[in-house]
Write a protein that binds this ligand. Structure first.
Ligand code: A2P
Length: 313
């Protein structure tokens, strides 16, 4: 079986395809065709979110592929995410996404960040206080949001529920209170931000990890990092293939974002990295972290607080 067709089993028993098409920052006017192209090329996993503000085009791309007979709905795995201004109205957040996508259900519904933002603030998605800081409702616990997400399961409109951007601290708060263990934790993940403790913790708890921004996001230096280039040369593949395949080797699924047909095609190639390849990337990862005094994160939450997960005041 080509690695592109590889799937990982979730704790629900369903399978998530190892490679997904990411749609964050995929421009309206481009993303519909990109989704259809990806499905035509064999992708079976499409990742979106309400706050990407392109869900209706993502849905149109899926429906085009279904109309063209490329896939049936049940052949594909579609993820969307509950946005922060919907933590107090979880069902509404889901309905909004389903309406945008034009679908009856999603395969995975993730809490996008463990922080609620003011639903009645200055903006429907990115509300700010007058001083410019983000309007976060700190008194609303992410655990309350999770409980509301658990109630969605019997409707069949979400086949699985999960979390995104959860640090260990938030995972440790959530799990003792959860009736349903999250199926997935979706994280920024690449050799400059390996998040090994979180990946290990999730594995131990049966939570599948999906990696986003595996190339280190737009313009990231990972593609030209010497050890990545060397492993690529040794295997006769591109650095992109190495960076994407690093996740399958770790047992994670990975999201490759592109709207460019040639890149969508190129990103399909995954290989089995051997122990020497993985050791070389591990060494690069450790050296990079030591040189920079810590891991490098490219994707910051729109919260106006330092990285990753909101630090409660
Ligand atoms: P584009 O959409 O123009 O193809 P990440 O997933 O790490 O956030 O990175 C996404 C960025 O990487 C996007 O800017 C995307 O650009 C670019 N990208 C995606 N696939 C490739 C590829 N095969 N080679 C080079 N850049 C790529």
């Amino acid at each position: 079986m080509p690695l592109t067709d590889k799937r990982f089993k979730l704790n629900t028993g369903a399978e998530i395809p190892a490679l997904g098409l990411g749609t964050w920052q995929s421009a309206p006017g481009e993303v519909q065709a990109a989704v259809t192209t990806a499905l035509r090329l064999g992708y079976r996993h499409i990742d979106g979110a309400l706050c990407y503000q392109n869900e209706s085009e993502v849905g149109a791309g899926i429906r085009d592929a279904i109309k063209e007979g490329i896939v049936k709905r049940e052949d594909i795995f579609v993820t969307t995410k509950l946005w922060c201004t919907y933590h107090t109205r979880v069902e509404e957040g889901l309905e909004e996404s389903l309406k945008n996508l034009g679908l009856d259900y999603v395969d995975l519904f993730l809490m996008h960040w463990p922080a609620a933002m003011n639903a009645n603030g200055s903006h429907p998605l990115f509300p700010k206080h007058p001083d410019g800081s983000r309007d976060i409702i700190w008194s609303h616990s992410h655990i309350t949001t999770w409980k509301s997400m658990e109630f969605l399961l019997p409707s069949g409109k979400v086949k699985a529920i999960g979390i995104s951007n959860y640090s260990l601290k938030y995972l440790e708060e959530l799990l003792p209170q959860a009736t349903v263990i999250p199926a997935v934790n979706q994280l920024e993940n690449h050799p400059q931000l390996p998040q090994q403790e979180i990946v290990d913790f999730c594995r131990e708890k049966g939570i599948h990890v999906t990696a986003f921004s595996p190339l280190g996001s737009t313009g990231g230096p990972l593609l030209s990092a010497d050890p990545v280039v060397e492993v690529a040369k040794k295997n006769g593949v591109s650095p992109v293939t190495v960076l994407l395949s690093w996740h399958t080797a770790r047992g994670s699924s990975v999201l490759a974002k592109s709207t460019n047909p040639a890149r969508i095609e190129a990103n399909k190639k995954l290989i089995a990295l051997d122990d020497a390849d993985l050791a070389a990337i591990d060494t690069y990862s450790k050296e990079n972290i030591a040189q920079n005094g810590g891991p490098t994160r490219y994707v910051y939450p729109p919260f106006g607080v330092p990285f990753g997960f909101p630090d409660k005041p």
